[in-house]
Design a protein around this ligand. Sequence first.
Ligand SMILES: [Zn+2]
Length: 431
Amino acid sequence: MNGAAEIFVHFARARWFRTFRDRAALERRQERGMKRFRRELLSRLPLYRDLAQLPLGAFPIADKEFVRERFAGLNVLGLSYDEARGLAERGEERSGISIGMSSGTSGNRALFLVDAHERRTWAGVMLALALPPGGLLRRHRAAVLLASNSRLYLTTRDSGRLTFRFFNLRSGLDAHVRELEAFDPTVLIAPAHVLGLLARRQSAGALRLRPERAFSAAEVLDPAEAAAITQAWPGPAHQIYQCTEGFLGITCRLGTMHLNEDYVLFEKDWVDQGRRAFNPVITDFSRRTQAMVRYRMNDILIAADRPCRCGSPLQAIERIEGRRDDLLVFAGPAGRRVILFPDDVRATVLDAAPAAGDFGLVQATPDRLELALAGSVPPEQHAAARDALAAAVTRLGGSVPAIASVEYQPPLDHAAKLRRVRRTFPWPEEH
Ligand SMILES: [Zn+2]
Protein backbone atom coordinates (compact mmCIF):
# COMPACT_ATOMS: atom_id res chain seq x y z
CA MET A 1 0.00 0.00 0.00
CA ASN A 2 1.45 3.40 -0.88
CA GLY A 3 1.62 6.25 1.60
CA ALA A 4 -1.44 8.17 0.46
CA ALA A 5 -3.62 5.04 0.37
CA GLU A 6 -2.52 4.10 3.87
CA ILE A 7 -3.35 7.57 5.16
CA PHE A 8 -6.77 7.22 3.56
CA VAL A 9 -7.42 3.84 5.21
CA HIS A 10 -6.71 5.29 8.62
CA PHE A 11 -8.69 8.39 7.76
CA ALA A 12 -11.69 6.27 6.80
CA ARG A 13 -11.39 4.02 9.83
CA ALA A 14 -11.22 6.95 12.21
CA ARG A 15 -13.84 9.02 10.45
CA TRP A 16 -16.53 6.45 9.78
CA PHE A 17 -15.78 3.44 11.94
CA ARG A 18 -14.67 5.14 15.10
CA THR A 19 -18.19 5.28 16.39
CA PHE A 20 -18.37 2.77 19.21
CA ARG A 21 -21.85 1.74 20.25
CA ASP A 22 -20.92 1.81 23.88
CA ARG A 23 -18.09 1.51 26.34
CA ALA A 24 -18.04 -2.29 26.01
CA ALA A 25 -17.39 -2.05 22.25
CA LEU A 26 -14.55 0.38 22.91
CA GLU A 27 -13.05 -1.96 25.51
CA ARG A 28 -13.15 -4.86 23.05
CA ARG A 29 -11.15 -2.76 20.59
CA GLN A 30 -8.66 -1.88 23.34
CA GLU A 31 -8.25 -5.56 24.22
CA ARG A 32 -7.53 -6.50 20.61
CA GLY A 33 -5.09 -3.59 20.28
CA MET A 34 -3.28 -4.49 23.50
CA LYS A 35 -2.98 -8.15 22.46
CA ARG A 36 -1.28 -7.17 19.21
CA PHE A 37 0.89 -4.60 20.99
CA ARG A 38 2.09 -7.20 23.51
CA ARG A 39 2.85 -9.70 20.73
CA GLU A 40 4.41 -7.36 18.17
CA LEU A 41 6.29 -4.88 20.32
CA LEU A 42 6.52 -5.66 24.06
CA SER A 43 7.68 -9.26 23.61
CA ARG A 44 10.60 -7.96 21.48
CA LEU A 45 11.89 -5.43 24.01
CA PRO A 46 14.49 -6.46 26.61
CA LEU A 47 12.85 -4.35 29.29
CA TYR A 48 9.33 -5.74 28.91
CA ARG A 49 9.88 -9.20 27.40
CA ASP A 50 9.28 -11.03 30.69
CA LEU A 51 6.28 -8.89 31.55
CA ALA A 52 4.68 -8.96 28.09
CA GLN A 53 1.84 -11.34 29.01
CA LEU A 54 1.21 -10.05 32.55
CA PRO A 55 -1.62 -7.67 33.51
CA LEU A 56 -0.84 -4.00 32.91
CA GLY A 57 -0.59 -3.40 36.66
CA ALA A 58 2.60 -5.53 36.73
CA PHE A 59 4.46 -3.00 34.57
CA PRO A 60 6.43 -0.25 36.33
CA ILE A 61 5.16 3.34 36.11
CA ALA A 62 7.41 5.29 33.74
CA ASP A 63 8.25 8.96 33.57
CA LYS A 64 10.74 11.14 31.69
CA GLU A 65 13.70 9.98 33.78
CA PHE A 66 12.71 6.32 33.50
CA VAL A 67 12.50 6.59 29.71
CA ARG A 68 15.84 8.35 29.42
CA GLU A 69 17.68 5.89 31.63
CA ARG A 70 16.21 2.76 30.05
CA PHE A 71 15.87 4.08 26.52
CA ALA A 72 17.74 1.20 24.83
CA GLY A 73 15.39 -1.36 26.39
CA LEU A 74 12.32 0.53 25.15
CA ASN A 75 12.91 0.78 21.40
CA VAL A 76 13.17 -1.82 18.65
CA LEU A 77 16.57 -0.54 17.46
CA GLY A 78 18.13 -0.86 20.92
CA LEU A 79 19.41 2.73 20.65
CA SER A 80 20.62 4.41 23.81
CA TYR A 81 19.32 7.88 24.63
CA ASP A 82 22.60 9.48 23.52
CA GLU A 83 22.74 7.52 20.27
CA ALA A 84 19.14 8.44 19.46
CA ARG A 85 19.78 12.06 20.32
CA GLY A 86 22.77 12.16 17.98
CA LEU A 87 20.65 10.77 15.14
CA ALA A 88 17.84 13.27 15.90
CA GLU A 89 20.26 16.20 15.88
CA ARG A 90 21.73 15.14 12.55
CA GLY A 91 18.26 14.39 11.14
CA GLU A 92 19.36 10.87 10.22
CA GLU A 93 17.18 7.79 9.93
CA ARG A 94 18.07 4.26 10.96
CA SER A 95 16.32 1.30 9.29
CA GLY A 96 13.52 3.54 8.01
CA ILE A 97 12.85 4.89 11.49
CA SER A 98 13.28 8.58 12.18
CA ILE A 99 13.85 10.14 15.56
CA GLY A 100 12.04 13.23 16.75
CA MET A 101 12.95 15.42 19.66
CA SER A 102 10.78 17.64 21.86
CA SER A 103 11.34 21.36 21.44
CA GLY A 104 11.94 22.15 25.13
CA THR A 105 14.87 24.25 26.23
CA SER A 106 16.09 21.91 28.96
CA GLY A 107 18.97 19.51 28.43
CA ASN A 108 16.68 16.57 28.99
CA ARG A 109 14.72 16.54 25.74
CA ALA A 110 12.21 13.82 25.05
CA LEU A 111 13.05 11.62 22.07
CA PHE A 112 10.65 9.54 20.06
CA LEU A 113 11.10 6.97 17.32
CA VAL A 114 8.60 6.92 14.48
CA ASP A 115 8.42 4.76 11.39
CA ALA A 116 6.59 5.61 8.18
CA HIS A 117 3.59 3.45 9.10
CA GLU A 118 3.12 5.21 12.45
CA ARG A 119 3.43 8.61 10.81
CA ARG A 120 0.80 7.78 8.20
CA THR A 121 -1.55 6.32 10.80
CA TRP A 122 -1.39 9.49 12.86
CA ALA A 123 -1.72 11.73 9.81
CA GLY A 124 -4.84 9.83 8.72
CA VAL A 125 -6.41 9.77 12.15
CA MET A 126 -5.70 13.39 12.89
CA LEU A 127 -7.05 14.54 9.55
CA ALA A 128 -10.18 12.49 10.03
CA LEU A 129 -10.85 14.05 13.36
CA ALA A 130 -9.80 17.60 12.51
CA LEU A 131 -11.45 18.17 9.15
CA PRO A 132 -14.85 19.90 9.10
CA PRO A 133 -17.99 18.02 7.96
CA GLY A 134 -17.65 16.83 4.37
CA GLY A 135 -14.03 15.88 4.97
CA LEU A 136 -12.06 15.13 1.86
CA LEU A 137 -15.05 15.55 -0.46
CA ARG A 138 -13.79 19.10 -0.79
CA ARG A 139 -10.28 20.49 -1.01
CA HIS A 140 -8.78 21.46 2.31
CA ARG A 141 -5.81 23.52 3.29
CA ALA A 142 -4.43 22.84 6.75
CA ALA A 143 -2.01 25.34 8.29
CA VAL A 144 -0.02 24.21 11.30
CA LEU A 145 1.84 26.88 13.27
CA LEU A 146 4.18 25.39 15.83
CA ALA A 147 7.67 25.94 17.14
CA SER A 148 9.79 23.01 16.12
CA ASN A 149 13.29 22.15 15.15
CA SER A 150 12.24 18.71 14.11
CA ARG A 151 12.68 17.66 10.50
CA LEU A 152 9.66 15.40 10.87
CA TYR A 153 7.60 18.38 9.82
CA LEU A 154 7.75 19.11 6.14
CA THR A 155 7.13 22.67 5.08
CA THR A 156 4.47 21.86 2.51
CA ARG A 157 2.87 18.63 1.51
CA ASP A 158 0.23 18.31 -1.17
CA SER A 159 -1.74 15.09 -1.42
CA GLY A 160 -4.53 15.87 -3.87
CA ARG A 161 -7.42 17.05 -1.81
CA LEU A 162 -5.38 18.21 1.09
CA THR A 163 -2.55 20.70 1.21
CA PHE A 164 -0.70 20.86 4.45
CA ARG A 165 1.65 23.69 5.28
CA PHE A 166 3.84 24.05 8.31
CA PHE A 167 4.77 27.50 9.60
CA ASN A 168 7.64 27.39 12.04
CA LEU A 169 7.15 29.82 14.93
CA ARG A 170 10.88 29.69 15.59
CA SER A 171 11.13 32.42 12.96
CA GLY A 172 8.43 34.48 14.75
CA LEU A 173 4.75 34.97 13.95
CA ASP A 174 4.81 38.20 11.94
CA ALA A 175 7.16 36.66 9.38
CA HIS A 176 4.33 34.31 8.40
CA VAL A 177 1.17 36.41 8.54
CA ARG A 178 1.03 37.48 4.89
CA GLU A 179 1.84 34.01 3.62
CA LEU A 180 -0.77 32.57 5.97
CA GLU A 181 -3.46 34.88 4.55
CA ALA A 182 -2.47 33.93 1.00
CA PHE A 183 -2.64 30.24 1.91
CA ASP A 184 -6.21 30.80 3.20
CA PRO A 185 -6.40 27.72 5.45
CA THR A 186 -9.67 25.86 6.00
CA VAL A 187 -8.15 24.26 9.11
CA LEU A 188 -5.87 26.27 11.36
CA ILE A 189 -3.79 24.69 14.13
CA ALA A 190 -1.64 26.81 16.48
CA PRO A 191 -0.65 27.13 20.15
CA ALA A 192 -3.49 28.67 22.18
CA HIS A 193 -1.89 32.06 22.76
CA VAL A 194 -0.91 32.41 19.08
CA LEU A 195 -4.42 31.43 17.99
CA GLY A 196 -5.84 33.96 20.49
CA LEU A 197 -3.57 36.66 19.08
CA LEU A 198 -4.61 35.90 15.49
CA ALA A 199 -8.28 35.86 16.54
CA ARG A 200 -7.98 39.29 18.15
CA ARG A 201 -6.32 40.69 15.02
CA GLN A 202 -9.09 39.17 12.94
CA SER A 203 -11.82 40.74 15.12
CA ALA A 204 -10.02 44.09 14.91
CA GLY A 205 -10.07 43.86 11.10
CA ALA A 206 -6.28 43.59 10.84
CA LEU A 207 -6.25 40.03 9.54
CA ARG A 208 -8.32 38.07 7.05
CA LEU A 209 -8.47 34.35 7.76
CA ARG A 210 -11.57 32.19 7.42
CA PRO A 211 -10.81 28.75 8.85
CA GLU A 212 -13.81 26.45 9.20
CA ARG A 213 -12.13 24.97 12.24
CA ALA A 214 -9.46 26.54 14.42
CA PHE A 215 -7.61 24.22 16.82
CA SER A 216 -5.37 25.18 19.66
CA ALA A 217 -2.56 22.74 20.33
CA ALA A 218 0.53 22.43 22.49
CA GLU A 219 -0.61 24.54 25.44
CA VAL A 220 -3.60 25.06 27.71
CA LEU A 221 -6.51 26.96 26.18
CA ASP A 222 -7.41 29.81 28.48
CA PRO A 223 -11.10 30.94 28.67
CA ALA A 224 -10.09 34.43 27.49
CA GLU A 225 -8.38 32.95 24.44
CA ALA A 226 -11.31 30.61 23.79
CA ALA A 227 -13.65 33.63 23.86
CA ALA A 228 -11.47 35.57 21.39
CA ILE A 229 -11.39 32.55 19.05
CA THR A 230 -15.15 31.98 19.09
CA GLN A 231 -15.69 35.68 18.46
CA ALA A 232 -13.41 35.68 15.42
CA TRP A 233 -14.48 32.46 13.73
CA PRO A 234 -17.61 30.27 13.66
CA GLY A 235 -18.00 27.18 15.84
CA PRO A 236 -16.52 26.23 19.20
CA ALA A 237 -12.83 26.73 20.06
CA HIS A 238 -11.37 23.34 19.17
CA GLN A 239 -8.38 21.71 20.81
CA ILE A 240 -5.88 19.01 19.91
CA TYR A 241 -4.17 17.32 22.83
CA GLN A 242 -0.90 16.20 21.34
CA CYS A 243 2.60 16.15 22.70
CA THR A 244 5.85 14.27 22.40
CA GLU A 245 4.19 11.37 24.16
CA GLY A 246 1.58 10.98 21.44
CA PHE A 247 -1.72 12.13 19.99
CA LEU A 248 -3.89 11.91 23.07
CA GLY A 249 -7.15 13.71 22.44
CA ILE A 250 -9.20 16.03 20.28
CA THR A 251 -12.47 17.94 20.59
CA CYS A 252 -15.63 16.55 18.99
CA ARG A 253 -18.03 18.62 16.88
CA LEU A 254 -19.56 20.02 20.08
CA GLY A 255 -16.17 21.24 21.28
CA THR A 256 -15.77 18.63 24.06
CA MET A 257 -12.31 17.14 24.42
CA HIS A 258 -12.35 13.32 24.22
CA LEU A 259 -9.35 11.13 24.99
CA ASN A 260 -8.14 8.93 22.12
CA GLU A 261 -8.93 5.77 24.05
CA ASP A 262 -9.19 3.79 20.82
CA TYR A 263 -5.37 4.04 20.49
CA VAL A 264 -4.21 4.77 24.03
CA LEU A 265 -5.17 3.32 27.44
CA PHE A 266 -5.51 5.98 30.11
CA GLU A 267 -5.16 5.15 33.82
CA LYS A 268 -6.10 7.95 36.18
CA ASP A 269 -3.59 8.89 38.87
CA TRP A 270 -5.81 11.12 41.00
CA VAL A 271 -4.44 14.45 42.17
CA ASP A 272 -7.73 15.59 43.68
CA GLN A 273 -10.60 13.18 43.19
CA GLY A 274 -13.28 15.55 44.49
CA ARG A 275 -12.32 17.87 41.69
CA ARG A 276 -11.96 14.99 39.20
CA ALA A 277 -8.34 16.10 38.61
CA PHE A 278 -5.86 13.45 37.54
CA ASN A 279 -2.50 12.83 35.92
CA PRO A 280 -3.04 10.49 32.97
CA VAL A 281 -0.88 7.38 32.96
CA ILE A 282 -0.81 6.34 29.32
CA THR A 283 -0.15 3.12 27.42
CA ASP A 284 -0.09 3.79 23.69
CA PHE A 285 -0.89 0.48 22.01
CA SER A 286 -0.65 1.94 18.50
CA ARG A 287 3.13 2.20 18.81
CA ARG A 288 5.41 -0.11 16.81
CA THR A 289 8.93 1.22 17.34
CA GLN A 290 9.12 2.55 20.90
CA ALA A 291 7.10 1.46 23.91
CA MET A 292 5.12 4.00 25.89
CA VAL A 293 3.77 1.87 28.73
CA ARG A 294 2.22 3.27 31.93
CA TYR A 295 3.89 6.60 31.27
CA ARG A 296 2.81 9.21 33.80
CA MET A 297 2.18 12.55 32.17
CA ASN A 298 2.82 15.84 33.87
CA ASP A 299 -0.51 17.18 32.65
CA ILE A 300 -3.49 17.66 34.93
CA LEU A 301 -6.80 16.77 33.31
CA ILE A 302 -10.25 17.41 34.73
CA ALA A 303 -12.65 14.57 33.83
CA ALA A 304 -16.12 15.66 32.75
CA ASP A 305 -18.84 14.76 35.26
CA ARG A 306 -21.20 13.41 32.58
CA PRO A 307 -20.96 11.85 29.13
CA CYS A 308 -20.78 14.23 26.16
CA ARG A 309 -24.01 14.88 24.28
CA CYS A 310 -22.29 13.74 21.06
CA GLY A 311 -22.79 10.16 22.29
CA SER A 312 -19.14 9.08 22.12
CA PRO A 313 -18.09 6.61 24.85
CA LEU A 314 -14.55 8.03 24.75
CA GLN A 315 -13.75 9.70 28.10
CA ALA A 316 -14.83 13.34 27.98
CA ILE A 317 -12.53 15.90 29.54
CA GLU A 318 -13.89 19.10 31.03
CA ARG A 319 -10.56 20.81 30.47
CA ILE A 320 -6.80 20.45 30.55
CA GLU A 321 -5.84 22.31 33.68
CA GLY A 322 -2.13 22.60 33.00
CA ARG A 323 0.91 20.70 34.11
CA ARG A 324 1.74 19.50 37.55
CA ASP A 325 4.29 22.34 37.63
CA ASP A 326 1.39 24.76 37.23
CA LEU A 327 -0.24 23.71 40.51
CA LEU A 328 0.53 25.86 43.52
CA VAL A 329 1.19 23.82 46.64
CA PHE A 330 0.96 25.03 50.26
CA ALA A 331 1.49 23.44 53.64
CA GLY A 332 -1.88 22.29 54.99
CA PRO A 333 -3.16 20.81 58.25
CA ALA A 334 -1.44 17.73 59.73
CA GLY A 335 1.49 17.69 57.31
CA ARG A 336 -0.79 17.47 54.29
CA ARG A 337 -0.47 19.65 51.24
CA VAL A 338 -3.21 21.80 49.77
CA ILE A 339 -3.37 22.58 46.07
CA LEU A 340 -4.46 25.76 44.33
CA PHE A 341 -5.33 25.08 40.69
CA PRO A 342 -4.34 27.50 37.91
CA ASP A 343 -7.98 27.86 36.90
CA ASP A 344 -8.86 29.12 40.40
CA VAL A 345 -5.82 31.38 40.40
CA ARG A 346 -6.93 32.98 37.15
CA ALA A 347 -10.51 33.55 38.28
CA THR A 348 -9.34 34.88 41.65
CA VAL A 349 -6.79 37.31 40.20
CA LEU A 350 -8.86 38.62 37.32
CA ASP A 351 -12.03 39.06 39.43
CA ALA A 352 -10.10 41.10 41.97
CA ALA A 353 -8.14 43.09 39.37
CA PRO A 354 -10.47 43.59 36.41
CA ALA A 355 -8.15 46.24 34.94
CA ALA A 356 -5.41 43.65 34.40
CA GLY A 357 -5.07 42.65 30.75
CA ASP A 358 -3.08 39.58 31.69
CA PHE A 359 -1.10 38.25 34.63
CA GLY A 360 1.68 35.94 35.73
CA LEU A 361 2.10 34.16 39.05
CA VAL A 362 5.20 32.32 40.21
CA GLN A 363 5.55 30.24 43.36
CA ALA A 364 9.30 30.05 43.98
CA THR A 365 9.06 28.56 47.50
CA PRO A 366 6.09 27.13 49.46
CA ASP A 367 5.72 30.44 51.31
CA ARG A 368 6.28 33.01 48.58
CA LEU A 369 4.21 34.08 45.56
CA GLU A 370 5.13 36.72 42.99
CA LEU A 371 2.21 38.29 41.20
CA ALA A 372 2.59 40.35 38.02
CA LEU A 373 -0.37 42.23 36.51
CA ALA A 374 -0.30 43.54 32.93
CA GLY A 375 -1.55 46.98 31.92
CA SER A 376 -2.22 50.08 34.00
CA VAL A 377 -3.76 48.54 37.07
CA PRO A 378 -4.57 50.87 40.00
CA PRO A 379 -2.72 50.06 43.27
CA GLU A 380 -5.94 49.10 45.06
CA GLN A 381 -6.54 46.33 42.49
CA HIS A 382 -3.01 45.00 43.04
CA ALA A 383 -3.82 44.86 46.76
CA ALA A 384 -7.23 43.30 46.12
CA ALA A 385 -5.64 40.56 43.97
CA ARG A 386 -3.06 39.77 46.68
CA ASP A 387 -5.79 39.65 49.35
CA ALA A 388 -7.98 37.44 47.20
CA LEU A 389 -5.12 34.98 46.66
CA ALA A 390 -4.41 34.88 50.38
CA ALA A 391 -8.12 34.27 51.06
CA ALA A 392 -8.19 31.44 48.50
CA VAL A 393 -5.29 29.69 50.26
CA THR A 394 -6.97 30.22 53.65
CA ARG A 395 -10.22 28.68 52.38
CA LEU A 396 -8.26 25.55 51.42
CA GLY A 397 -6.83 25.37 54.95
CA GLY A 398 -3.32 26.16 53.72
CA SER A 399 -0.75 28.36 55.37
CA VAL A 400 -0.81 31.76 53.68
CA PRO A 401 2.36 32.71 51.79
CA ALA A 402 3.96 36.13 51.42
CA ILE A 403 2.61 37.65 48.22
CA ALA A 404 4.68 40.27 46.40
CA SER A 405 3.72 42.38 43.37
CA VAL A 406 6.39 42.33 40.67
CA GLU A 407 6.65 43.90 37.23
CA TYR A 408 4.83 42.13 34.41
CA GLN A 409 7.03 40.73 31.63
CA PRO A 410 5.07 40.17 28.43
CA PRO A 411 5.89 36.97 26.55
CA LEU A 412 8.13 38.07 23.69
CA ASP A 413 8.86 34.75 22.14
CA HIS A 414 5.97 33.00 20.42
CA ALA A 415 8.07 29.86 20.24
CA ALA A 416 7.93 29.54 24.03
CA LYS A 417 4.96 27.92 25.72
CA LEU A 418 2.87 30.40 27.65
CA ARG A 419 2.37 29.46 31.30
CA ARG A 420 0.70 32.09 33.44
CA VAL A 421 0.93 30.11 36.67
CA ARG A 422 4.13 28.32 37.54
CA ARG A 423 5.68 26.56 40.51
CA THR A 424 9.48 26.48 40.37
CA PHE A 425 10.25 24.10 43.26
CA PRO A 426 9.67 20.32 43.12
CA TRP A 427 6.34 18.68 43.88
CA PRO A 428 6.34 17.79 47.58
CA GLU A 429 5.55 14.14 48.27
CA GLU A 430 3.18 13.54 51.17
CA HIS A 431 4.42 11.59 54.16
ZN1 LIG B 1 -18.37 14.84 22.36
